[in-house]
Design a protein around this ligand. Structure first.
Ligand code: P1T
Length: 393
């Protein structure tokens, strides 16, 4: 069994059978010739399957210890595929601190389709257990949360979900499979916005689901004989939110350096989190690698690295935060995260504007909260940039 650093280069990657191309070719085709009706080489139409996509899916399954992986045209499209496992009247227990777009999909789209939601603080296991109902079919977790950087105990929530015969899905976007593999801790589905660390170069929007066949009966949640992966594959083809082959190629290329990139993101993330913690104009810092972080002990148990995401609170108001964000030069003020270049986000105005003010205040998403996605630049240069901008407040 190869180690992760080897898998990112070799798992599922074979020279192309046509010409021995070492790099997976971009099969830029919508359709495939058939010798006779129904007689083909395994590919009929590119919404259903495409060889470049197949290689990416095979590799992703290996990286997350999954039985199967499926890719979608965005992270949100992959979440929507999971929601499509459910039927009118089914209930979902979800974390109360989620990416704004996920929250919007749940609250303003899925609710209109007759799905019911309870949002709960996933650290409070008694509250999660109390939220479970006979019609609860899915538990949805983000860990660490975006942008709160709150850690959720995946194994503990998996037991609660499975006691109620509900599936546990974990959004693993913030960590990448290099730092955290929820399926090894009992989750049934892992979701990634591959727009982030997996691709790593801020040039593709894509999502993925990695699936472990659940060890319990799914009941009426799925139609068909061949398991959860098969049902989600049916949904991928039936709904049609699939990425094109060129994007699949770019993500395959990005993944080759995932391990070395994440090592550097982890190193820089921790250095900068510690430095921010000692800064006189910073109120507090959330990063799972800090020994003072409430999630630190859990992080050591369930993660293999602490990642490049940092959330911190400035000792200032909105005007001060604006001044800081406008003054940064190396950190680009932009939505998204997980690229080789450092990004900074103001969640209250940018990525989480769709979360109602009342909810934002409840989860501590205030105007002085700043989120960093630390890149692979030299850490000293990044700290100098942050220091100069903080002193502009
Ligand atoms: O943007 P998309 O590829 O559709 O993925 C959505 C998504 C899902 N889950 C998490 C945890 C995410 O962070 C995201 C996308 N997030 C941002 C764009 C952001 O800046 O937080």
């Amino acid at each position: 069994m190869s180690r992760f650093e080897t898998k990112v280069l070799h798992a599922g990657i074979e020279p192309d059978p046509v010409a021995g191309a070492v790099m997976t070719p971009i099969y830029q085709t919508s359709t495939y010739a058939q010798k006779s009706p129904g007689e083909h080489q395994g590919y009929e139409y590119s919404r259903t399957d495409n060889p470049t996509r197949t290689v990416l899916q095979t590799q992703l399954a290996a990286l997350e210890s999954a039985d199967r992986a499926l890719v979608f045209s965005s992270g949100l499209a992959s979440i929507d595929a999971v929601l499509n496992l459910l039927k009118v009247g089914d209930h979902i227990v979800a974390g109360d601190d989620l990416y704004g777009g996920t929250f919007r999909l749940f609250n303003r789209v899925a609710k209109n389709r007759g799905l019911e939601f309870t949002f709960v603080d996933m650290r409070d296991h008694a509250a999660v257990r109390e939220s479970m109902r006979p019609n609860t079919k899915l538990v949805w977790v983000e860990t660490p949360t975006n942008p709160g950087m709150v850690l959720v105990d995946i194994a503990a929530i998996a037991s609660i979900a499975h006691e109620g015969s509900a599936l546990l899905a974990v959004d693993n976007t913030f960590m990448s499979p290099y730092n955290q593999r929820p399926l090894e801790l009992g989750a049934d589905i892992v979701m990634h916005s591959m727009t982030k660390w997996l691709n790593g170069h801020s040039d593709v929007v894509m999502g993925a689901l990695m699936i472990k066949e659940p060890g319990f009966p799914l009941g009426d949640r799925y139609v068909g004989e061949n398991g959860l992966g098969d049902r989600l594959k049916f949904l991928q083809n039936s709904i049609g939110a699939v990425p094109g082959p060129h994007d699949c190629f770019l993500v395959l290329r990005g993944i080759k350096t995932l391990a070395v990139r994440m090592q550097r993101h982890n190193e820089n993330g921790l250095k900068i989190a510690k430095w921010l913690q000692s800064h006189p104009r910073v109120e507090s810092v959330r990063h799972p690698g800090l020994t003072t972080d409430p999630g630190h002990e859990l992080a050591k148990r369930q993660m293999h690295g602490f990642g490049g995401m940092i959330t911190f609170f400035l000792k200032s108001d909105l005007a001060g935060a604006r001044r800081f964000l406008e003054s940064l030069e190396l950190f680009t003020l932009a939505e998204s995260l997980g690229g080789v270049e450092s990004l900074v986000d103001h969640p209250a105005i940018m990525t989480h504007a769709s979360v109602p003010l009342e909810t934002r205040l409840k989860i501590g998403l205030t105007d002085n909260l700043v989120r960093l996605s630390v890149g692979i630049e030299h850490a000293e240069d990044l700290m100098a940039d942050l220091d100069r901008a903080i002193n502009c407040i």
